[in-house]
Ligand binder design. Structure first.
Ligand SMILES: [Zn+2]
Length: 151
């Protein structure tokens, strides 16, 4: 059985990095054969790029590859529809989610499309995101255009 904690800790470190830069604290890492092969964090504020969510930045950092068999994507926050759609499009078989309290995300959509979803309910991920939403509610609202599918 995979120990998810060290990989989620790396994703959370990416989230913290973005927070420290004044950006949205959402991080992701891609894992293959028990090793992190790519890291990314939300870059909406840093790059002025509305589609630069943590998961997208991580996929971009991983670069081109023909298939994603055997890959696991760790993300600190439950994926929005853009990121969930990208995960399904490229056939990423497994997603590990830090938390889904601050944003409900699209776990059902992922499961319906054959993705294995594991949610850790990690308090570190929840606390950092909650803190950011308290401090910068307008920036958070902009990241998802007010659209949390389950809320
Ligand atoms: Zn997203």
């Amino acid at each position: 059985m995979t120990n998810h904690a060290p990989f989620m800790a790396e994703a959370l470190a990416q989230a913290q990095k973005s927070y420290d830069e004044g950006g949205l604290p959402i991080g992701a890492v891609m894992v293959e054969n028990g090793a992190v092969i790519a890291r990314g964090h939300n870059r909406r504020v840093q790059d002025g790029d509305p589609t630069a969510h943590g998961e997208m930045a991580c996929l971009r950092a991983a670069g081109r590859r023909p298939r994603y068999d055997g890959v696991t994507l760790y993300t600190t926050l439950s994926p929005c529809m853009m990121c969930a759609g990208t995960i399904v499009q490229f056939g990423i078989p497994r997603v590990v989610i830090g938390e889904a309290e601050n944003f409900h995300g699209n776990e059902a959509f992922l499961r319906e499309n054959g993705v294995e979803v594991i949610r850790l309910d990690d308090p570190g991920c929840t606390d950092l995101m909650a803190r950011f939403i308290r401090e910068k509610p307008t920036l958070w609202d902009e990241d998802i255009a007010g659209n949390d599918p389950a809320s």
